[in-house]
Design a protein around this ligand. Structure first.
Ligand SMILES: [Zn+2]
Length: 232
């Protein structure tokens, strides 16, 4: 399999996994990955399709200005989340943006994420929150503002909107999106009970994150096997 075909395969699986994990929002939410050896172009999920409906043929190619340069399908108007992050974060190879329901609900609480379980511990240092608008990100100026809010983090909560996660690979960004949503879900459960009484210590959180985050490729492979077995 060529490098580009392998990348398309990873994007297709990322979409299926995110949808399976409840992060699909009808046809909204998107995944992108920078083309190998080409900082200025990236592959993107097409508009008009659900996350689980990405195919090698409906993926589109977009340049760093947010313009579609190849592919027959329509482009998401929120492309600028991706193009502006990829423009300034050369360490980032892939971006996930979803309207993850627990994260959206959590964002409206205005609370800091807590180290309740393993997932929350991974974000114990704090998660940046984009508050400039709850509207869609439809131009470069707003995309740049999202990239500024993300700064050097790999996760961002967009208040009353959704999440952004990044990674060197789409596998890393996808697994991070799952962890962030689970962290928000755990805290929402507890907020309904009056909030957490015990949270993970800083030292334990650092240790746990150091053990779990490097496992992302293995976690992604498992998730691929799971969605594949379920679709048989
Ligand atoms: Zn959005």
């Amino acid at each position: 399999m060529s490098t580009i075909d392998a990348l398309k395969d990873s994007l297709i699986n990322a979409g299926r996994i995110l949808a399976r994990e409840g992060q699909g929002d009808l046809i909204f939410g998107h995944v992108t990955a920078r083309l190998p050896g080409d900082d200025e172009h990236f592959l993107m999920k097409p508009h008009n399709f659900g996350l689980e409906e990405i195919t090698p043929d409906n993926l589109i190619t977009v340049n760093i200005e947010g313009e579609k340069v190849a592919g027959a399908s329509a482009r998401h108007i929120e492309v600028f989340i991706h193009s502006e992050i990829l423009r300034v974060r050369r360490d980032v190879g892939a971006v996930v943006h979803t309207h993850a329901p627990y994260a959206v609900a959590f964002s409206a609480l205005g609370r800091e994420i807590q180290g309740i379980g393993h997932e929350g511990a991974m974000f114990h240092a704090g998660i940046p929150v984009f508050t400039e608008t709850a509207d869609l990100i439809v131009d470069q100026a707003r995309g740049k503002a999202v990239a500024r809010s993300l700064a050097d983090s790999n996760v961002l909560i967009m208040r009353n909107h959704g999440i952004v996660t990044t990674g060197r690979t789409i596998e890393e960004a996808t697994v991070l999106a799952l962890y962030l949503e689970r962290a928000c879900r755990a805290q929402l459960l507890l907020e309904g009970c009056g909030g957490a009484i015990h949270v993970c210590s800083h030292d334990d959180a650092v240790a746990k994150a150091g053990r779990i985050l490097p496992q992302s490729p293995r976690v992604f492979d498992y998730l691929v096997r799971r969605v594949s077995s379920e679709s048989r």
